[in-house]
Design a binder for this molecule. Sequence first.
Ligand code: B1M
Length: 210
Amino acid sequence: MADFNAMTEALIACDEEKVVQLVNAALSENVPAFDILNKGLIAGMDIVGEKMESGDMFIPEVLMAAQAMGSCVKILKPLLKEGESASSGTVVIGTVKGDLHDIGKNLVAMMMESAGMTVHNIGVDVPPEEFVKQIKDKNAQIVCLSALLTTTMPMMKKTVDAIKESGLREKVKIMVGGAPVTQIFADEIGADGFAPDAGSASKLAKSLAN
Ligand code: B1M
């Protein structure tokens, strides 16, 4: 029986060794990787966020928790595959300028790769002109913008505008996501789609690519 609470607690305690051990133990009991990710790890990061907001956790600790989460994601990555292999579209994904959060964006990239898409993950703090360059260079059909801060959401609009100004708008579908982003915001800034999580982002990307 997987102990999701213990995973959550180990993550909050920034105990990488323990959380990795719990993840491996759950996998050896055939607990689905998606359950481990959602019920143990993402649930833990949500509490880390609350503690950060209330001043009960500070940036260095949050980084340690994020690192522990990253190690677990590496273990889960091969198990989260959807079982398809043919490339079903080329995606450029990045976190917008001013924003350094990348765990969720990397999960989205991973799910898309697992779903058979060719994914170019261009990192964090990506300025609008770099998105434009990468869309051109990689001949992408889809670009995914991630933002975790309300203060960096306007950068999504600037990126959409830069894509329009570059003349690429008709060639590329724009998707947006990240905890503060909503469908209403996506519509307001002229994006083609919004996804609240990695699984739905991957499904939406495939349908937009087709
Ligand atoms: Co930051 N941080 N952080 N942080 N941090 C949040 C986002 C926050 C909500 C915490 C809080 O106060 N409760 C808050 C934002 C408040 C707001 O604006 N609304 C916050 C803040 C304020 C800050 C700083 C400003 C703190 C400071 O310095 N005073 C600072 C900003 C730095 C910067 O970016 N310029 C900062 C820094 C950091 C760390 C560097 C310490 C670290 C990031 C490490 C890293 O990413 N490598 C960090 C972390 C870890 C968090 C929390 C705790 C966890 C984020 C996370 O990884 N979640 C976060 C609180 C929270 O979200 N509960 C918080 C797990 C991840 C799987 O979920 O990223 O939501 P998420 O991704 C999901 C979906 O959103 C979606 O799919 C993903 C998977 O299902 N998705 C997409 C994401 N991108 C998508 C793109 C798509 C589609 C879907 O494209 C189509």
